[in-house]
Design a protein around this ligand. Sequence first.
Ligand code: G6P
Length: 369
Amino acid sequence: IGAEIGDHAHFLIKEIEEQPRSIERTLSGRLDERFSTAHLGGLNLTVREAREFKRVKILGCGSACYAGDLGAQLIEDLARVPASSESASEFRYRNPVVEPDSLYVAVSQSGETSDTLAAVQEIQRKGGKVIGVINVVGSTIARQVDGGIYLHAGAEMSVAATKSFTSTVAAFALLALHLGRIRDLSPTEGARILAGLAKLPAQITEILDAERDTGAIEAVAKEIATRDSVLFIGRRRGFPVAREGAQKLKEISYVHAEGYASAELKHGPLALVSPELPTVAVVPDDDLLDKNTSTLAEIRARRGPIYAVAHRELAAELADRTIVIPANEPELDPILMSVPLQLLAYHAAVALDRDVDRPRNLAKSVTVE
Ligand code: G6P
């Protein structure tokens, strides 16, 4: 969890493998089984404020923004408050409408990203309340916001976000649970989410162990490393997972990748599908399974190779390979489904002999415009 590389070849793989512990640390002391809620000491929101705001607006850059998309879905699902996420840079370059009955959330691993900081300052200038979801304690954004949640994920040295991504989503699950339990969520539902959260570290260990035994993800990565471009697709919660998976691959392996909403395929990207364009599909075993498998059939009909991340082996007509991962509560699946996609990007970057921890042209935190 510290800043030493130890026996690892790269910080990136060290940080991927740290996720059982980093998630545990994000959850530590915050699961309140007695009242089926989450205890978040630093939020600085009165119960009245937490009950009365009408919508949530989440802001961040890069992976923080994709984690924010998942946060918005968690808040809508569990707390039944309309929530959306947007890139902090786009937000700051508009003249945003800041409403007093909205709660704003700034997401940043480093707490130093200038676009995110500027968005926070703009909101505060116009009278909005901002809480932070931040990893680095005492960072600039952490000091600027009105309250928040620290990830406690430990130092993240590699430029590409990994453990901070999964910890951010876990922190949003805690926030959604906390807000839900003082608004609309039943104790039984709260207990269901709590039990799911508690299972995450062991399930991530299971994913990492399975890869050590089988090398299945590494094999797919070697395939993908030979291609010019890869499509990542998912629906609903699977969509931000797909976007983050594509982001990871392009950042560290320089293979072009695009994350697309499955249902949007037929509005454009399907034209690209051919035996040369592989698709990585996020296919959780949830109420959208049928829709997801029919998308795969459409890709298959155009002879596109398919690699799926799913909760059970998909039929050979649907996927060339399935990476099977354990299931949790559907709301928490994105945390688990992100891990194989991180490993995929890592192994592709290694296969291409890239500078995994310091990809060209990128910085860990962008503190200038
Ligand atoms: C940079 C990094 C990304 C990160 C983004 C936001 O672009 O390369 O990995 O997601 O900044 O960083 P933050 O520290 O604000 O989460």
